[in-house]
Ligand binder design. Structure first.
Ligand code: APR
Length: 313
């Protein structure tokens, strides 16, 4: 598999690092890191090539400022764009990042026909819309269907961590999914979450569950406040989790076209198609359904705003 990562900053380079360490398991033989800034991707690639030599891994890492190096990629991850600073919401990035993501996708399309494209740049769901519309225009529906957004795998990991910590359980004992938008309106699915296969309502009181829902929703901001920039270790791992899920039966929450917007839903990624797990959405309780409907409305207005911004670019 050839993996290209656009944006060799914190999230992009950390994704390359984790993917390189898991390269034999994932069948990755080449990783290309592209950035607009000169020397940085080349420097990080050289460092990473020396890193994988320590473990004798047969993966080649290329750093570049040219999209020609991404030719025939199987998977492209887009992290190019600005991250949040303290006090900013993800939506505050829309103006700058919409143009960046559009330009990046146009360049990718010149060299790869039907890659999986995993969007990471925020505001996530609006950026998936930008990338998907661009691919639809240039390559048609089948290619556009392979544009997906990474958020739910990250938000779910945050939720699982908070639950495991609170319950004093191993992380593998906790199953939990977060869907909806990648923002304060996201929907951590408490009704179907389990600890050691037991429903959470049996092991945790309502107040605690509500606190964990709130902390999950603000999980990104908590790290921005501490670091002064947005998180990258867990986002990078959550990107690799999606790459790992491609062509397997594993269900992952990703942002895709659903009910006319782009929003996080549980899917399987097999044979180049996205299979939405509608049964899991149908099993939400009424409170979660309402939160999910609110998300759809919020993303709709964000997409309208994005369309306006793109018209003026
Ligand atoms: N083409 C290629 N690379 C670009 C472009 C572009 N047009 N514009 C910016 N970049 C690069 C920057 O040079 C930088 O190296 O994108 C990289 C972004 O890296 P960071 O600033 O470290 O940001 P990071 O924390 O990685 O976040 C990137 O992912 O999680 C989201 O909200 C986050 O939108 C942000 C994105």
């Amino acid at each position: 598999m050839k993996l290209s990562i656009i944006g060799a900053g914190n999230v992009g380079a950390t994704t390359a690092f984790i993917a390189a360490l898991k390269s034999s398991e994932l069948g990755i033989d080449e990783i290309v890191l592209v950035d607009i800034v000169e020397k940085i991707p080349q420097g990080k690639a050289l460092d990473l090539n020396q890193c994988v030599t320590v473990f004798n891994l047969d993966v080649k890492i290329v750093g570049s400022n040219s999209y020609a190096d991404t030719e025939n990629s199987d998977v492209v991850v887009i992290t190019a764009g600005l991250p949040r600073k303290p006090g900013m919401s993800r939506d505050d990035l829309i103006d700058k990042n919409a143009g960046i993501v559009k330009g990046v996708v146009e360049n990718i399309m010149k060299f790869s026909d039907h890659p999986w494209i995993i969007i990471v740049t925020n505001p996530l769901d609006a950026m998936v819309y930008v990338a998907s519309s661009c691919v639809l225009e240039k390559r048609g529906k089948d290619a556009a269907d392979k544009v997906i957004g990474m958020a739910g795998t990250l938000d779910s990991a945050r939720m699982r961590f908070f639950l495991a910590e609170e319950l004093g359980e191993g992380k593998e004992a906790i199953e939990a999914l977060t869907i909806g938008s990648h923002g304060d309106e996201m929907v951590p699915l408490m009704s179907s979450a389990t600890a050691n296969q037991k429903s959470l309502s049996k092991v945790m009181n309502d107040k605690k569950m509500k606190e964990i829902v709130d902390r999950t929703k603000k999980g990104g901001a908590e790290i921005v406040d501490l670091l002064g920039t947005s998180a990258y270790y867990a986002p990078a791992a959550a990107i690799v989790e999606i790459i790992e899920a491609i062509d397997t039966e594993k269900i992952v929450p990703v942002s895709v076209n659903y009910r006319g917007v782009f929003i996080g839903v549980p899917v399987k990624l097999s044979d180049g198609t996205v299979e939405i797990q509608q049964n899991m959405l149908d099993s939400m309780n009424s409170e979660e359904k309402k939160m999910f409907d609110d998300c759809i409305e919020k993303v709709k207005s964000l997409i309208d705003k994005t369309e306006e911004i793109l018209k003026n670019k």
